[in-house]
Design a protein around this ligand. Sequence first.
Ligand code: FAD
Length: 310
Amino acid sequence: MSILVIAEHDNAALKGATLNTVTAAAKIGGDVVVLVAGSNCGAVAEAAAKVAGVSKVLLADNAAYEYQLAENMGELVAEIGTGYSHILASATTTGKDFLPRSAALLDVNMISEVIGVESADTFTRPIYAGNAIATVKSSDSIKVMTVRATAFDAAAAEGGAASIEQVSAGEDAGKSKFVGEELAKSDRPELTAAEIVVSGGRALASGENFTKYIEPLADKLGAAMGASRAAVDAGYVPNDLQVGQTGKIVAPNLYIAAGISGAIQHLAGMKDSKVIVAINNDPEAPISQVADYFLEGDIFTVLPELTSKL
Ligand code: FAD
């Protein structure tokens, strides 16, 4: 059995989610081959070759893959993937964009957001916003799946010594064009990779209050900032901070939810956090059912007090 893992990267560095996906691949068993598709991305291939458990790295270095556009990536992965029993990508925006196209081109099913590997053909994945876990047995000749990074430990970034092989494939499908991107710049850790997340909800009532009450606590703890959808929809913070079913999935060591009620759609994005602290003035708020520590109080009093005492 040979498993193809598609690397997540920005042409300069390998992203952490790939390490978790390599662990999922190792659980399936067999050779783990990593495909790095990008432009001038030799450094990423070298980093991938050092990941423990990787036996080979395929490098598709071509301008067509610079921005990993789904149309180009989908075709490349389908072409290379025919020689593999499994094709895995991280369940990130990029992975979720191109991999279903590869599955369609290969005429096999897409298995999304895998959180467990039972055997080489049987996997678990959340359904109904994480309220039920489905066990899926696939009879497809090639199993194509996205992997939820929070469900698997990261493979060691060092220790491997895989060979790097250039692959010549590389055509621009000509169906889409990269126009531009606006990247949010922040000195804080990336939300999905952070050890600690401090999230605010509708109760914050304004963007200024996020700056005044959430940011100082996040900075003291070296934490990433998150938010509920209500806070995002109200325009208090940008939508890349949204945690939940339609936002990001996080599982940090510590998740602090300030003024968040704990709707199932929010819980779907954070309930696997190791320790959950909720600050809420309503002791009946649903978040109390998943919180390890529930601090009943007014966020506008509790947050500054907590920040000052740290
Ligand atoms: P509220 O539910 O209004 O809760 C505010 C909380 O703050 C209450 O518990 C209240 O007691 C408390 N509070 C108020 N004032 C104070 C104070 N001064 N001090 C302390 N506590 C106070 N939501 C997400 O978060 N992420 C998602 O990805 C997401 N996806 C969705 C997808 C779909 C299809 C749908 C239908 C909904 C989705 N939602 C999502 C929305 C979700 O259902 C909730 O509406 C949302 O999570 C509520 O946000 P909130 O907890 O900030 O606000």
